[in-house]
Design a protein around this ligand. Structure first.
Ligand SMILES: Cc1cc2nc3c(=O)[nH]c(=O)nc-3n(C[C@H](O)[C@H](O)[C@H](O)COP(=O)(O)OP(=O)(O)OC[C@H]3O[C@@H](n4cnc5c(N)ncnc54)[C@H](O)[C@@H]3O)c2cc1C
Ligand code: SF4
Ligand code: SF4
Length: 445
């Protein structure tokens, strides 16, 4: 048994942990230009069916209860939010770190504090590539200079797991920074290779809406007049918070593309590309937006009060005693500044109840109905379908997963998004009866 059937069933999420798990070097992660994300290539001649790549794979199965057994997270009745010791808004006091960050530079500032206070020997982070657009790497930063190269978020796939070989050969304590599926991969890897357990000092997670395939870029950037065959690099969060696209072209030119749109058509094109149609297929069946097995989860503070924020702030959920303690130490040592944030606000802005992550029971039912592969989950707490109207969205996702395979049908993606967003506006964002009352009031008043 190897991970080739994970790839064939579109369950691979590009985490990269299968590659170092293979004792025969039979697994090689590569960027697949057709699919638009990284997948493992298996050399069947070298494969002896040890099954180790399959055993560490979070694409095919996540047993939250088992993975949590080493994490000491107390999961509440409903698993979606994970354990929450406190919620806050934090930002780096170092201006350079804050300015170059995806959000408020919390992650980099905390790791910087851990370096300075000699609590760690390195941090497992990722950095973008500037010679090819889809070639980012996971690496171990061993000092502040190395660490600063990791700032900003990369929204296309990063096979972080590759770095495990170096970790296994290193001694000391390390911070791991990753999105939820990478956290799952790391924890599964630890079960098979327990020697790395003691080396992972802290897991810093981010919220995650989904990974973009390069199909999103193929769909969107030509509509902005850009020839993507000339694209050499891409930053997603460049400049003032919340940041804009910064594309590097082969001739050295840089093109900045903002996310504030003058027309509804342009806004819709952006949403079709980056908010609905071209996620890595396995992201549609991801049940962990909140990175619930991390020590601390960081995200963007999409709260109305930060609408005009320019420098950036990070929205934080601290989940373990260790996470809580380190945040307080970093604040008291002058590395971070804290503002209060209510639990309800955090959960509202992350849209747990409206989006797919919080409605995976509906996804499971619909995917099974259409005979589409669905990962094996065992949850910790209860899960529930938050909103029955999400079934429209699941069906729309199944349709778009079929449409997007044929570029000649891409013109259907925008009408599909339009219909889906109307249904969502009427039945999910507004309550249907409230919506009807508003319409009637408008008509007769
Ligand atoms: C794919 C993805 C989707 C996200 N979706 C959401 C969302 O829906 N809602 C939300 O609130 N926040 C989301 N985030 C988190 C947000 O973009 C910021 O990463 C987070 O707020 C931390 O910001 P910071 O300023 O503290 O980090 P910085 O100080 O800028 O440091 C960024 C850290 O993130 C790590 N990193 C960047 N890209 C990746 C990657 N692809 N895989 C693993 N690690 C990476 C870097 O190694 C670095 O350590 C997402 C992040 C990613 C990577
Ligand atoms: S999800 Fe990760 S471990 Fe599984 S096949 Fe894909 S890259 Fe390999
Ligand atoms: S949505 Fe889930 S599966 Fe997709 S990249 Fe984010 S954490 Fe991974």
């Amino acid at each position: 048994m190897n991970v080739s059937n994970v790839v064939n069933n579109d369950l691979c999420l590009s985490c990269g942990f299968c590659e170092p798990a293979c004792p025969n070097n039979a697994v090689n992660i590569k960027f697949d230009t057709q699919k638009g994300y990284h997948i493992p290539e298996i050399n069947e001649l070298k494969c002896d069916n040890s099954g180790l790549c399959y055993a560490v794979c979070p694409g095919v199965e996540v047993d939250f209860s088992e993975l949590n057994s080493n994490r000491k997270c107390t999961i509440p009745e409903f698993q979606h939010f994970g354990n929450v010791l406190s919620t806050s808004v934090l930002f780096a006091n170092n201006r350079e770190i804050r300015k170059n960050a995806a959000s408020g530079g919390f992650i980099t500032a905390l790791i910087n504090y851990l370096f300075d206070s000699k609590q760690i020997d390195g941090a497992i982070v990722t950095k973008n590539s500037y010679d090819q657009p889809f070639n980012p790497v996971g690496y171990i930063a061993r000092n502040k200079e190395d660490l600063l190269k990791s700032q900003m978020s990369i929204y296309h796939t990063v096979p972080m797991g590759k770095v495990m070989t170096e970790l296994q050969q290193s001694s000391g304590k390390y911070v791991f920074v990753g999105i939820a599926c990478q956290t799952h991969g790391l924890l599964k890897y630890m079960q098979i290779f327990p020697e790395i357990k003691d080396k992972i000092f802290l897991i810093l997670g981010t919220f995650c809406g989904g990974y973009q395939t390069s199909l999103a870029h193929e769909y969107y950037f030509p509509k902005q007049g850009i020839d993507i065959s000339k694209m050499k690099s891409i930053d997603y969060r460049y400049g003032e918070f919340p940041g804009q696209f910064n594309l590097g072209l082969n001739n050295g030119e840089k093109i900045e593309i903002g996310r504030r749109f003058k027309t509804k058509k342009k806004a819709n094109q952006y949403s079709v590309a980056f908010n609905s149609s071209f996620y890595v297929p396995r992201c549609y069946t991801c049940a962990d937006k909140g990175n619930i097995l991390s020590d601390i989860t960081a995200g963007d503070p999409w709260l109305p009060k930060f609408k005009n924020e320019k420098l950036g702030k990070s929205l934080i959920v601290s989940r373990t005693e260790l996470g809580e303690k380190l945040i307080n130490e970093a604040i008291n040592s002058g590395y971070l500044t804290k503002e209060d944030a209510k639990f309800k606000d955090v959960m509202d802005v992350q849209k747990f109840d409206r989006e797919r992550h919080g409605n995976q029971l509906a996804y499971k039912k619909v995917f099974s109905f259409f005979n589409k592969p669905y990962p094996k989950y065992s949850f910790i707490g209860k899960v529930k379908i938050y909103n029955r109207f999400v079934y429209f969205r699941v069906v729309a996702d199944v349709i778009r997963l079929n449409i997007r395979e044929r570029k000649s049908l891409w013109f259907l993606l925008r009408p599909l998004y339009f219909v889906e967003s109307q249904i969502k506006n009427y039945f999910i964002n507004n309550k249907p009866l409230e919506y009807l009352a508003k319409r009637l009031k408008g008509k007769w008043s």
